[in-house]
Design a binder for this molecule. Structure first.
Ligand code: CU
Length: 462
C-alpha cells in the first residue's frame, strides 16, 4: 500500500470517526477492490470533459467497498449487531439546535440532534430500528424511498397505530436498494420541526467511478421570529435557511483533496425547492432519491434543483484548487434574519451612513460575543443613489465565532459573505489538506481531553 493510499484510508477512517465503528474501519482498511483500483490506476476516471489523468488516487476498500458518507455538523447513528441484523436506536425528542452563533432554536429531532443522525447500511442488510417517542405527541417513522413491507411504512392509522408519547415501536426490514434515502416523521408539521435524517444504503457493488469523498447535506428552512426560538411551522415566510441544521457562515466547510473525486448528496424536505449551485466546477447528477442513475443520463451542470422530497446526488472531479461556494441560488435563501441581532433595537439601514452603520453593528456584535469585521466599502454619495442600500450593512463578519479546523486559511472576513444556505467545498493541495486534517485530529484530541465522556456531536467537526 503506497504512503498516500494509506494516508487516504487513515483520513477517511478519521473523517468517519464517530459514525464508523472501529470494526468496520478496520475491515474497510484491509479490503481492496482490484477492479476499480485497476481502472483508477489506468487513469480511466469518468468526467463530463472526457478522461483525464489523476495523480496517485487511492482505490476504494471494497469488495464491501463503501466508505461512509460524511454529514457535516451531524453525527452517524451507532448500531449494534444481533446476528446479521444491524440494530439502531432512534429517539424522537425536543432538541436545542444552535443554527448560528447568536441563534439557538427549539426544534424537534432524534437522539439529541436536528436533523437526526445519519443511518448508513449496505444494500442487502437487514435493519432493525428500535424507536422511542419522547415527544409530547404521537408520531411514527417513515422510510422515504425505501421499498419496505406496508406494515413498516410508518404512516399513522394507515400502516400502523401512531406511536404514543412514551411508547416504543420496532421497525425491521431488509434494504434491497442502494441510494440516498431519508427517514422522517410522517406528519407534516413534525417534519417542519426537524424530524428527519439521512438513510444511506451503500451499494453491494461499488459505484463507478469511485468517489474519494462523500458528503451529505439536508436542506431545511425555518420561520423563527426575532427574540423567539420556536419555529412557526404554519408560516410560509422563512427567515432561517440551513444545511444540516446550521446556517451560513457557521456550516462546516467540506474539505476535499485536490485531484480527488467528490460526491455530494443533497436532500430536501421543506416547503421550497432549492437550486443548489456549485462555483467553478461542473458536476454530473449521478443519482436521485431512486438510487444510482445510468451513466448515459449524466450531463454536465453546475446547478441542480433539489425539489421537496427529492434527493440529488452529484459528483465532480476536484481539479481546481480553491474554496468553492456551494449554495442555494434563490436570493432570499442566501440570507439569514439578522433582525435577531437587533433585539429591541433597529438598524436604520434605509437612512444611515457608513460610520453609524459600522458602529451599530459593532455594538450589536459585542452584545452576542463576537467581533464584527468591517463590511464592504460604500461610495461617499451612496445615500443619494435611488435603491441604496441593497446589500450594504447586511454583512456580518464573524470569523472567530465560527472558526474551526475546516475554516483554517480562509481570508479575513470570509464569513461576511456567507449567509443562509451557503457553504464551501474547499479543494486543497496535499499540504493544505493534510494540515487541516491534522488540525481536526488535534481539536478532537483536545476536546476528548476536555470531555472524558464519549461525544458524538459531529463527525469531522467537533
Ligand atoms: Cu433555496
Amino acid at each position: 500500500m503506497s504512503g498516500s493510499r494509506r494516508r487516504f484510508f487513515q483520513d477517511a477512517a478519521f473523517l468517519g470517526a464517530g459514525f464508523l465503528s472501529l470494526t468496520e474501519a478496520l475491515r474497510a482498511k484491509t479490503q481492496s477492490d482490484p477492479q476499480t483500483a485497476r481502472e483508477i490506476e489506468q487513469g480511466r476516471h469518468h468526467s463530463p470533459y472526457g478522461e483525464h489523468k489523476k495523480k496517485a488516487p487511492e482505490p476504494p476498500p471494497g469488495p464491501d467497498p463503501w466508505r461512509p458518507m460524511v454529514t457535516p455538523d451531524l453525527s452517524d447513528l451507532p448500531f449494534e449487531r444481533d446476528g446479521s441484523v444491524k440494530v439502531f436506536r432512534l429517539t424522537a425528542e425536543p432538541v436545542k439546535r444552535k443554527i448560528a452563533p447568536f441563534k439557538t432554536i427549539d426544534a424537534w429531532g432524534y437522539n439529541g440532534v436536528c436533523p437526526g443522525p445519519t443511518i448508513q447500511v449496505q444494500q442487502g442488510e437487514r435493519v432493525r430500528v428500535i424507536f422511542q417517542n419522547h415527544l409530547p405527541e404521537s408520531t411514527s417513522l417513515h422510510w422515504h424511498g425505501l421499498e419496505v413491507p406496508i406494515e413498516q411504512d410508518g404512516v399513522p392509522w394507515i400502516s400502523q397505530k401512531p406511536v404514543a408519547p412514551g411508547e416504543t415501536y420496532t421497525y425491521e426490514f431488509t434494504v434491497h436498494q442502494e441510494g440516498t434515502f431519508f427517514y422522517h416523521a410522517h406528519s407534516a408539521m413534525q417534519e417542519m420541526m426537524g424530524l428527519l435524517g439521512f438513510f444511506i444504503a451503500h451499494p453491494e457493488r461499488a459505484y463507478k467511478p469511485h468517489a474519494d469523498h462523500d458528503f451529505g447535506l439536508i436542506l431545511q428552512e425555518w420561520a423563527v421570529l426575532p427574540n423567539n426560538s420556536v419555529p412557526n411551522t404554519a408560516s410560509m415566510e422563512f427567515n432561517w435557511l440551513t444545511f444540516n441544521g446550521v446556517s451560513g457562515p457557521a456550516i462546516t466547510p467540506m474539505i476535499a483533496r485536490l485531484g480527488s473525486r467528490v460526491r455530494l448528496r443533497i436532500i430536501n424536505l421543506g416547503m421550497d425547492h432549492h437550486p443548489i449551485h456549485l462555483h467553478g466546477n461542473q458536476f454530473v447528477v449521478t443519482g436521485t432519491e431512486g438510487g444510482r442513475a445510468p451513466e448515459s443520463t449524466w450531463c454536465p451542470m453546475n446547478t441542480v434543483l433539489v425539489g421537496v422530497a427529492q434527493a440529488r446526488v452529484v459528483e465532480f472531479d476536484a481539479k481546481y484548487p480553491g474554496s468553492w461556494m456551494l449554495h442555494c441560488h434563490l436570493p432570499h435563501h442566501m440570507m439569514n434574519n439578522m433582525m435577531d441581532l437587533l433585539r429591541d433595537r433597529q438598524i436604520e439601514t434605509a437612512d444611515t451612513n457608513d460610520d453609524r452603520a459600522v458602529s451599530q453593528m459593532e455594538t450589536l456584535a459585542k452584545d452576542v460575543g463576537f467581533e464584527h469585521m468591517h463590511h464592504s466599502p460604500i461610495a461617499p454619495n451612496a445615500a443619494s443613489v435611488p435603491g441604496f442600500p441593497q446589500d450594504a450593512f447586511m454583512e456580518m463578519g464573524m470569523d472567530e465565532a465560527v472558526a474551526k479546523p475546516e475554516t483554517h486559511g480562509l481570508p479575513p472576513n470570509w464569513s461576511a459573505g456567507m449567509m443562509g444556505m451557503m457553504t464551501l467545498v474547499r479543494v486543497l493541495p496535499d499540504k493544505d489538506y493534510d494540515e487541516i486534517l491534522q488540525r481536526i485530529r488535534t481539536s478532537k484530541t483536545d476536546s476528548q481531553k476536555q470531555h472524558s465522556t464519549s461525544h458524538q456531536e459531529s463527525n469531522h467537526a467537533s
